[in-house]
Design a protein around this ligand. Structure first.
Ligand SMILES: O=C(O)COP(=O)(O)O
Length: 219
């Protein structure tokens, strides 16, 4: 029986694409590198901040000094602008509320740096209390390694069998599989249905209502 649902953040609960793209493009431009269309960032996000910047830089990332400069410029910009355009996806606030009403704990596990997670959740879901909300913490490997997810559950007093995980990318499917946890994908995020199905997602929801109904089968 499921007692807790853990969500990926970017592309799953919140649409953060524009702010991520603007901040990385700021770093690229300052360092005379080509800025990338916002749409491209859908394929850059998902494996943490270092990978986001590497993918946006293309081959130029192998210049260590340049990479560090772009990263520092990005960090400075994103620290101030991470919430400018970022907002909850339709229906997610209501879905979280319905889970809470059923007594189901909720958590967030993101590959983005930990310091952003709380402030972004506070803006997107001001009325919801998550049991645990974690970004990337230095003591754990990034998803798809299962370490952080298992530690988060342990801290929440929930076993892997009692958890349900939700995400928008193949990284999320692999994370849940590596941790031995039931999962569903969401098609409204950055990667879409095909990637999720190809990675082995057992179900992909097109709306938050559909996701809630699917999760209820396991409660
Ligand atoms: O890779 C990131 O920075 C964020 O990704 P996630 O919230 O989808 O894990």
């Amino acid at each position: 029986m499921v007692k807790m649902v853990v969500f990926d953040l970017d592309g799953t609960l919140i649409n953060s694409l524009t702010d991520l793209a603007i901040s990385v493009n700021y770093g690229l431009k300052l360092n005379r590198l080509e800025e990338k269309p916002v749409e491209n960032y859908k394929t850059y996000v998902g494996n943490g901040r270092e990978m986001l910047i590497r993918r946006a830089m293309g081959d130029a990332w192998t210049d260590h000094e340049l990479f560090e400069k772009v990263k520092a410029d990005y960090d400075r910009h994103y620290a101030v602008h991470c919430n400018d355009h970022t907002a909850a996806y339709d229906g997610c606030a209501e879905m979280l509320e319905k889970l809470a009403q059923k007594g189901i704990k909720t958590g967030v596990l993101s590959n983005k740096p930990d310091e952003f997670v709380d402030k972004m959740l506070k803006k997107a879901f001001p009325n919801h209390k998550f049991t645990q909300a974690w970004g990337q913490k230095p003591q754990y490997k990034t998803k798809p390694e299962p370490d952080a997810l298992l530690a988060l559950l342990n801290m929440s007093g929930v076993t892997p069998e009692e958890c349900f995980y939700v995400g928008d990318s193949d990284v999320d499917v692999f994370t849940a599989n590596n941790a031995g946890i039931k999962m569903a994908g969401v098609s409204w995020g950055f990667r879409g249905k095909n990637e999720l199905m190809n990675a082995g997602a057992p179900f992909v929801a097109d709306t938050a209502e559909e996701l809630f109904d699917y999760i209820c089968k396991f409660i």
